[in-house]
Design a protein around this ligand. Structure first.
Ligand code: ADP
Ligand code: ADP
Length: 230
């Protein structure tokens, strides 16, 4: 059974049909890179996967359960399991890096401050930022902020991570360090759906590439199949 199955997914804004009959599956441990021109619907698609947007019709099954019918409690549990990393980091500016990572484990999982801090420091090690634990987001570079955002998503011990153009807001010299962290997650077996314009990353890290245009997944293949066409 796939971890995510998308069936006849459609999203309309008014009369504009932005997603048109999307049917795809994500297997556990897979890295899916979603590519395609601006306006194709990639971001809307990803937001539907986290129900930040409500689909107009169709189903999204998480381990066989239709998430579009979840009540509030089920939805918040789902969002613990399916984390999201945004283009603009969305860190809490008035909290330190460590506090950003500790917030959800303390509030949602009722972890003690000591345990949450311990886990936070381990996660910061993993993204190479332990020494930044007590800084504030504004004191970090864009690449560091995004690595903190990834660590924060990991703090809930998710089964799937969704990335919405995670390197698009970064200065070019910072892109590599974020992609490196994502590559390591992929190698560790994390299931990931990544909307990206980084074709090098897609070639190297993706198990499947979904090429979206005009509201459809027009191609679904291995990087080789999608990129090395005659
Ligand atoms: P199309 O939509 O182009 O007709 P599919 O989306 O059904 O094609 O995918 C083509 C092939 O790839 C099918 O054999 C399908 O089972 C397989 N496939 C689709 N999505 C995945 C995925 N995420 N991982 C592995 N195989 C997949
Ligand atoms: P992509 O991520 O591939 O660039 P988006 O999902 O951001 O594409 O947008 C797809 C289309 O949906 C675009 O034409 C965009 O203008 C439209 N769109 C996105 N969000 C909204 C919204 N909240 N209201 C109306 N139209 C929207």
């Amino acid at each position: 059974q796939p971890i995510l199955a998308i069936q006849h997914l459609e999203k309309k804004y008014g009369t504009t049909n932005v997603l048109k009959d999307i049917n795809e599956v994500v297997a556990e441990g897979q890295v899916i890179c979603v590519i395609g021109p601006s306006g194709a619907g990639k971001s809307t698609f990803l937001r539907c996967l986290n129900l930040l947007e409500q689909p107009t019709s169709g189903e999204i099954l998480y381990k066989g359960e239709n998430i579009t019918r979840f009540d509030r409690t089920q939805l918040s549990q789902y969002r613990e399991k399916v984390g999201m990393v945004f283009q603009n980091f969305n860190l809490f500016p008035n909290m330190t890096v460590a506090q950003n990572l500790m917030l959800a484990p303390q509030r949602v999982k009722k972890e003690s401050e000591g345990d949450a801090r311990k886990s936070a420091l381990l996660l910061l090690d993993r993204v190479g930022l332990r020494k930044m634990a007590d800084r504030y987001p504004e004191q970090l570079s864009g690449g560091q902020k995004q690595r903190v955002a990834i660590a924060r998503a990991l703090a809930m011990n998710p089964e799937v991570l969704l990335f919405d153009e995670p390197t698009s807001a970064l200065d070019p010299e910072m892109v590599g360090e974020v992609l490196q962290v994502m590559q390591e997650l992929a190698e560790d077996g994390m299931t990931m759906v990544v909307v990206t314009h980084e074709m090098g990353f897609a070639k190297k890290a993706a198990d499947r590439v979904w090429f979206m245009a005009d509201g459809y997944v027009q191609e679904n293949g291995t990087p080789q199949q999608v990129f090395d066409q005659p």
